[in-house]
Design a protein around this ligand. Sequence first.
Ligand SMILES: *Cc1c(COP(=O)(O)O)cnc(C)c1O
Length: 454
Amino acid sequence: MTTKNIVINTKNKILTRRKFLTTSCIALSGATVGLGSKRLLGQATPKPADPPNIDPGYIGPQFFDKNEEQALLEVLESKSPFRYWGPGNPEKVLRFEENFAKFMGVRFALGVTSGTAALDCAVAGLGIGPGDEVIVPAYTWWSDYTCVVHAGALPVFADIDRSLNLDPADFKRKITPRTKAVIAVHLLGGPCDMAPIMEIARKHSVAVLEDCAQCVGGSFGKKLLGSIGDVGIYSFQVNKMITSGEGGALVTSDPVIYERSARFHDMGTIRRLFLDRAGPSRVQTFAGENFRMSEFTGAVIGAQLSKLDSMLAQLRGNARAIYNGIKSLPDIRLRYRPDPDGDIGYGVFFETKDKASRDRCIRQLRQRKVPASTLTGSVLLPVRESVINKRTRHPNWPSFNSPEGKKIKYGPDSCRQTLDIFDRFVQVRVGAKYTQRINNYIIDAVRRVYTSLT
Ligand SMILES: *Cc1c(COP(=O)(O)O)cnc(C)c1O
């Protein structure tokens, strides 16, 4: 950042020296901040009336630099924006797929147009269809539900637990002889408890689809998320860790899942390059979609991928500092993290005793300009009207016309534990560019507010 970022609001003509110092401490990183934070921390804790400007922002775009610019220019100058052919030997998406597979520790990666498209490809890759049931967490993004419905299969919800992710015990309870797969969604930057989930899934021959859209680069037990189950998906939409505005990817080490997914993403056909990677074709042509990634997307996301490690280090460092600063609060109940080192640090999360305390806590933190909220970025699916009423694009859609589909009941009674957990958790966003002063300010505010609640 440069001094250009110091915006002086001309409406408030008189900018006090103190205010100016505070603003510049945040705008300037590095040496200035060290000096500023020492000075400020030496004093009593900052007054609520004079908080730093805390904005976690969109993480990916904060790291845009010459790399993305150069890669985009190369696509423009080559006049080859389409991944398969053009006068300039296009290979941005191709290289991105190779590098992404290497990063994630899997055999194959497929670039697509969105995380939602990647889910549709993964479901096609697993051969899921009418008559099959897929277990989906009750709190997650729409796409984990729509991908099951689009395949004509039946979504069966399982509760989340204090990891804010799939409760392994409820996953186990929801398995029937028709269960074909489970979608393990790593929400809000934190991995699912993959050890019990994999054990239960393997024992019952249930395929595991990992949705890593909100946890790109996260890990569990030293394995990168997406490489543990049968197939993994990612989103590169602007809210996610690395971004090209829109975009997505699928990874797997299974050549049949890969070929089926690659075919589904390209009208059911297969190009030479996928067979070069996975070996001779094992699947016949079937009706698919067009979810092909463009070279512009490949250019930007390839550049972002090369920075993912350093982005993760910054975000994780800030989250760790804040967790460390609040974990000693008496009786504090932090989010259960089955592998704290695998968390990407998107936020810090803690529990209050009831909804009223949660709301009071959020209100008081926001008064202090701390980016606190209820859990965000997902939907309590079983209580949504369109889900309760099983609405599809055609009344004869197979998902809800089977005996099981007619019988299944969604609504609040199908997800009490999830609703209860949702109502009690507070989320505080973490930014990759937070300074030590911001981390300390947040720690201080959470400590004061939390202590005053009980
Ligand atoms: C964002 C998101 C998706 C869908 O990704 P898009 O690129 O927006 O289509 C899927 N699952 C989860 C958990 C997400 O957060």
